[in-house]
Design a binder for this molecule. Structure first.
Ligand SMILES: [Zn+2]
Length: 94
């Protein structure tokens, strides 16, 4: 059976500590690895990579979903506007 798409990449986002991560939008339910809370379809989340031992000598990278409650994301401006390249609203009084 082919694996279905479970999340869509949204773009880059900044965490509260300034770390830039990739933001995803859930297509199916995920469970946050930190709080065990549900990440509902359509919700934003990020992924945290970790190393999982495979045998005695090697490790593999896996990524766990983390909800925005545990790790608040601030989408980069272009992403937050839906990727449109339009100008930000300007105040004519300035
Ligand atoms: Zn969480």
């Amino acid at each position: 059976m082919k694996r279905g798409i479970k999340s869509n990449r949204v773009g880059r986002a900044t965490l509260s500590d300034g770390v830039v991560v990739t933001a995803y939008r859930a297509v199916v339910d995920f469970m946050c690895v930190q709080c065990a809370g549900a990440i509902m379809p359509g919700a934003l989340f990020s992924r945290r990579s970790r190393s999982v031992p495979v045998g005695a000598l090697s490790v593999t990278q896996t990524t766990d979903p983390v909800c925005v409650t545990c790790r608040p994301l601030r989408l980069e401006a272009a992403v937050a506007r839906g990727g449109a390249a339009d100008e930000p609203p300007t105040d004519p009084r300035i």
